[in-house]
Design a protein around this ligand. Structure first.
Ligand SMILES: [Zn+2]
Length: 211
């Protein structure tokens, strides 16, 4: 990867970080974004504890699959081991977005999966979004446990914490986060008037095309 391409990849991460705040998916220094680089065993990830509106592309750091800092002026996100567990388990995943949006978090607090309220969500997630029971996300065992819950889906809610989405590129991983939060909001409204809202079963939709 050329220096120019690396710089563009860092800028793209920063752009989506800022967009996550604009869309109300994150507050303070919450959330993190990473991408898999074309070089073997190299990933870009946001640094720990730095506000997005104070971040520049130069603050995004390079790590290896063991979460070691390879290059950059900061330590990686405290949830770097979660990202690396996903890249290890899911070779199809090229980008990961972790946010802490309100409505997805409501379902995590209730402890119920986010059912397929909207077709836009299930196309991206490939099914109802499961809930990973609460555990501290900076512990190394969290990543594997979360991957077990997420399986082949593209999203998982961390109870009492937030949302993680994955994709074949950063744009799709981010769009999945937005789609989940939107469906989570609609489903909550629907459940306030009926205990049995109409929801979609992804497998029954016969969608074969990938993102
Ligand atoms: Zn978090």
């Amino acid at each position: 990867m050329t220096e120019t391409d690396l710089r563009a990849a860092k800028q793209e991460i920063l752009d989506y970080c800022l967009r996550s705040m604009e869309y109300g998916l994150n507050f303070n220094t919450q959330g993190n974004i990473s991408v898999r680089l074309p070089e073997p065993d190299r990933f870009l990830i946001t640094p720990t504890d730095l506000e997005y509106d104070r971040m520049t592309a130069d603050d995004i750091v390079v790590v290896d699959a063991n979460s070691n800092l390879i290059e950059g002026p900061h330590q990686p996100s405290s949830e770097v081991t979660v990202h690396m567990a996903v890249y290890r388990r899911r070779p199809d995943v090229q980008a990961i977005v972790h946010t802490e949006p309100v409505f997805a978090n409501v379902w995590g607090v209730i402890g119920e999966p986010i059912e397929g309220a909207l077709v836009n969500m299930v196309i991206y997630t490939k099914g109802a979004v499961p809930i990973m029971p609460f555990a501290l996300s900076n512990r190394t065992e969290f990543g594997d446990a979360m991957c077990d819950v997420m399986g082949d889906l593209n999203a998982v809610v961390w109870a009492n914490h937030g949302l993680l989405t994955v994709g074949p590129n950063l744009r799709d991983a981010f769009k999945t986060s937005v789609a989940v939060e939107s469906a989570a909001q609609v489903l909550l409204h629907a459940r306030s008037v009926t205990s049995k809202p109409i929801v979609l079963d992804y497998a029954g939709l016969g969608i074969t095309e990938s993102l």
